[in-house]
Design a protein around this ligand. Structure first.
Ligand code: PLP
Length: 367
């Protein structure tokens, strides 16, 4: 099988998504297929919807879409924004740019708030940008910027957005690489639309996007943006019957049940603590190697570390050697950081020995 699929045996997968799968999840994924309109699937759908909402800390409707994270982001935009709507797009890196590009594709008028790659957004700047514009319908923000390894101070940003005016703009959050790994309080922080993707923090393969939709977001749905597959109203009509409108990726739901049971065993706070502990360890090993992070250290991510390569390092060749000689796969840089950094993922299913093995291999390969 491994040969047919050309899968590297014992790959130490340290990219920021897809991430490794726990044995319980792999076993669940291999179960026989069932009909997606069966009572068994409805039961599965009920359990995972409840579990995902629990992890996102929300009582809001939580939709499970068969799509990658970007599909969830597009769904958020297509349902909340109409052409001509004014949007404040806060970007600290590649994924902030992607969210903006989606809004642009749907005809939004964009006000930009950009930061140098490696920095986090300043809540005061968000408040200032909103104070001069009463017509902003929504704010787009990335919780954890995977291209730079920076986690935005989302709670403070949410506070800035929600205290601007009596009917504040919607806050739409890309939580693709943060949810299930770092503290994220959808309801307590007042987040209106939270989007995440299965292959990052959730310990299952790519293919599902989760979107939590607040009552304010439901009330603000745009009527005149064309959409069909990703129509939230269709998803909600099905949700009340424990269904999805279209055929879902059924076996990913099996995997998700197994992953959510693992999360429930320790509780989500313990997973947040584990990610913080492992990330601190990764950062300290990177420091011992004499290397620096891209991130402002105050906002360094607990799910991915973006490491500046030594000036004379050929990053592509380094990554190839890590893979060929040690079976470790790390990511390169994106956009302007291509060739200048490498990124080590530590999100989802964390086996601390494997992370140490990857760090040892990095240290040895750097010489
Ligand atoms: C991975 C990622 C995405 C995109 O997800 P896909 O599943 O690749 O479509 C979006 N935002 C962030 C922050 C990500 O890390």
């Amino acid at each position: 099988m491994a040969e047919i699929l050309n899968v590297t045996p014992d790959l130490n997968l340290r990219v920021p998504g897809p991430t490794p799968l726990p044995p319980e999840v792999r076993a669940a994924l291999a179960q026989p297929m069932i009909g997606h309109r069966s009572a068994a699937f409805r039961e599965l759908h009920r359990e995972v919807t409840r579990g995902v909402a629990e992890v996102l800390r929300t009582a809001n409707d939580t939709l499970i879409l068969t799509a990658s994270g970007t599909g969830g982001m597009e769904a958020a935009i297509a349902n909340t924004l109409a052409p001509g709507d004014v949007v404040l797009s806060v970007s600290i890196g590649n994924f902030g740019q992607r969210f903006r590009a989606i809004a642009e594709a749907y005809g939004a008028k964009i006000i930009t708030l950009d930061y140098p790659w490696g920095a986090a957004a300043e809540p005061d700047d968000v408040a200032a940008a909103l104070s001069t514009r009463g017509d902003v319908k929504a704010v787009l923000v990335t919780h954890n910027e995977t291209s730079t390894g920076v986690t935005n101070p989302l709670e403070a940003i949410a506070h800035a957005v929600k205290s601007t005016r009596p009917d504040p703009p919607l806050l739409i959050v890309d939580a693709v690489s943060s949810a299930a790994c770092v503290p994220l309080e959808t309801d307590a922080w007042g987040l209106d639309v939270v989007v995440t993707g299965s292959q990052k923090g959730w310990m299952i393969p790519p293919g599902l996007a989760f979107v939590a939709v607040s009552p304010a977001a439901w009330a603000a749905l745009s009527a005149d943006t064309p959409r069909f597959y990703f129509d939230f109203k269709a998803a909600r009509r099905s949700l009340v019957a424990d269904q999805t409108p279209w055929t879902p990726a059924v076996n990913l739901f099996y995997g998700l049940v197994a992953a959510l049971r693992l999360i429930r065993r320790t509780g989500i706070e313990e997973r947040w603590r584990q990610h913080a502990r492992v990330a601190a360890h990764v950062r300290s090993r990177v420091g011992e190697m004499g290397l620096e992070l891209v991130a402002d250290p105050r906002f360094a991510s607990d799910t991915v570390s973006a490491v500046r390569a030594p000036a004379d390092l050929d990053v592509d060749n380094f990554r190839r050697r890590l893979l060929d000689e040690h079976g470790v796969l790390v990511a390169g840089g994106q956009g302007p950081l291509r060739g200048a950094i490498f990124r080590v993922g530590h999100m989802g299913y964390l086996v601390e020995d494997e992370i140490d093995a990857a760090l040892d291999a990095i240290a040895r390969t750097l010489g």
